[in-house]
Write a protein that binds this ligand. Sequence first.
Ligand SMILES: [Zn+2]
Length: 88
Amino acid sequence: MAPEICPNCGAEVPPKARACPECGADEQTGWSEEARVGGLDLPDENFDYNDFVKREFGGKSVVPRGLHWFWWVVGLVLLVVILTFWLR
Ligand SMILES: [Zn+2]
């Protein structure tokens, strides 16, 4: 990810540019701080546990929980149908 402003020379970097048009800085030669922190120190420095939990259990698990609810209803209906026939 390229920063909006080149940290090396301060020039504007186009959103999809992979290198600074002014000085030629890029991910490899170093956008400086941002690139290095993002690449190597991410687990220690930028790991936000609360955010991680929110993403893992807030967003994704909505679908599995919906499925569980659905199968509960299906199971209950089946049970009622079976009992209805059984008790006759
Ligand atoms: Zn630059």
